[in-house]
Write a protein that binds this ligand. Structure first.
Ligand code: PLP
Length: 449
């Protein structure tokens, strides 16, 4: 690829003049101008190529520019580029069938949205209408999206500025042994105490007021905390006992990320509603949705469902989903993600943790890994304070800069870096990523004490 810094400068100038970016102080950002992407890599206009250990925003599960998915979108555009949601359209029917075939249990009806936040909004609406109750319980250390209800459910600082419409949202602590909110020392203890805490929360809120509990099956942005054995089954049992709808948010964890089609498959648990987006079509065209149990779907058999979207089940998005799901099956992408986790990323990251004083814990599965960076392994003090900015965040900024200098685009959140490449990442690419992380962690080591 021929570098073209002038073209890059023009792209950047127009961006800075007219594009208003997410989550950012507009005057303080300096977005990289990207010229192209393929597979696990993208590149800029100056001749720099990066191994993408973020999969965009953890969504390009099949990598960039998969030729079969690109062709399917092109073909669909030529055939029927768009059509309103009230009609039966072949590619929409097929996408729904393929998704329903893969979702756990009897989650066989699919309501399509444009992304994850809308999926969460609609799951909550369904749960409230189904139960006739209003409250929704969600976890601290979670992310559920940036629309009104979804941001209020979110358990991270991005909620704070939008915490104005939280009527009915109650937060609780989910298990996280490394930083246990329950002073637990074993997984069994953490699981039992977290379940007791949830029971107590429900008791004090009034079980008859709680419509739903929503959890990320494996919390993503908040730190990839795989729940301890028994926890999700315990939540399922609590929901059944009180008639509460159990929603699993698989927007990030779904579609191969954890080395199974859905993270719920690791825990033998079937929710009543499952939200998805991202990996369903690797984001080639925006798509999300809610997979609905037979019982909740039946609520709306004779009673109209009061929700909808102009682009629900958009043909281009559905064509991308059909092609993506077929590619994932044909190329055994989910099995590959499990293999990379078990044999390359897992062992490789643990080996880095042994050598680097800044790595407090390695956790994850599939192509879904977090390194919890610390100032001190004994005290587990985070490398930077919670929600640090500016000078206080300098150690993480130095880590990220070092990774980029070594050709790796890193995922950074708080005191963590996540290794979340495409599910299609090759062994050689994963090893290249580990080597770049090794160099960047050496920079973070300088900030330990
Ligand atoms: N839920 C989870 C678990 C997510 O990780 C995200 C996005 O990162 C969302 C919901 C929101 O999805 P979207 O950004 O497509 O609205």
């Amino acid at each position: 690829i021929e570098p073209d810094p002038q073209a890059g400068a023009a792209v950047k100038a127009a961006d800075r003049a007219h594009v208003f970016h997410s989550w950012s102080a507009q005057g303080l950002i300096d977005p990289l101008a990207v010229a192209g992407a393929e597979g696990s890599y993208f590149w800029d206009y100056d001749g720099n190529r990066y191994l993408d250990f973020t999969s965009g925003l953890v969504y390009t599960n099949i990598g960039y520019q998969h030729p079969k998915v690109v062709a399917a979108v092109q073909e669909q555009a030529g055939k029927l580029a768009t059509f309103a949601p009230a009609f039966a359209i072949d590619v929409r029917s097929e996408a729904a069938r393929l998704i329903a075939e893969r979702t756990p249990g009897d989650l066989d009806k699919i309501f399509f949205t444009n992304g994850g936040a809308e999926a969460v909004e609609n799951a909550v609406r369904m749960a409230r209408l189904h139960t006739g109750r209003t409250k929704v319980l969600s976890a601290y250390r979670s992310y559920h999206g940036a629309t009104s209800t979804a941001i209020n459910l979110t358990g991270d600082p991005r909620r704070w500025a939008s915490d104005t419409a939280s009527a009915g949202v109650v937060h609780f602590w989910a298990p996280f042994l490394y930083r246990s909110p329950f002073y637990a020392t074993t997984e069994a203890e953490e699981s039992a105490r977290a379940l007791q805490h949830l029971e107590d929360t429900i008791a004090f809120e009034g079980p008859q007021t709680v419509a739903a509990i929503i959890l990320e099956t494996v919390p993503g942005t908040a730190g990839i905390m795989t729940p301890p054995p028994g926890y999700l089954a315990g939540v399922r049992e609590i929901c059944d006992r009180y008639g509460i709808v159990f929603v699993l948010d698989e927007v990030m964890a779904g579609f191969g990320r954890t080395g199974k089609w859905f993270a719920a498959d690791h825990f033998d648990v079937v929710p009543d509603l499952l939200t998805f987006a991202k990996g369903v079509n690797s984001g080639y065209v925006p798509l999300g949705g809610v997979a609905i149990s037979a019982e909740i779907a039946a609520t709306f058999d004779k009673r109209p469902y009061p929700g909808g979207l102009t682009y629900s089940g958009h043909p281009l998005a559905c064509a991308a989903a059909v092609a993506t799901l077929n590619v994932m099956a044909d190329e055994k992408v989910v099995e590959h993600a499990a293999h990379i986790g078990e044999h390359v990323l897992g062992p490789g990251l643990r080996e880095l943790a042994e050598r680097h004083p800044c790595v407090g814990e390695v956790r994850g599965l599939g192509v879904f890994w977090a390194l919890d960076l610390v100032r001190n392994k004994e005290t587990r003090e985070p490398l930077v304070p919670y929600n640090a900015a500016g000078e206080a965040n300098a150690p993480m900024a130095a880590f990220a800069a070092a990774a980029k200098k070594n050709g790796l685009w890193p995922f950074v959140n708080m005191n963590r870096t996540h290794a979340v490449p495409a599910c299609t990442v090759s062994e050689a690419e994963a090893k290249e990523g580990l080597a770049a992380l090794d160099a960047a962690l050496a920079v973070a080591d300088e900030h330990t004490a």
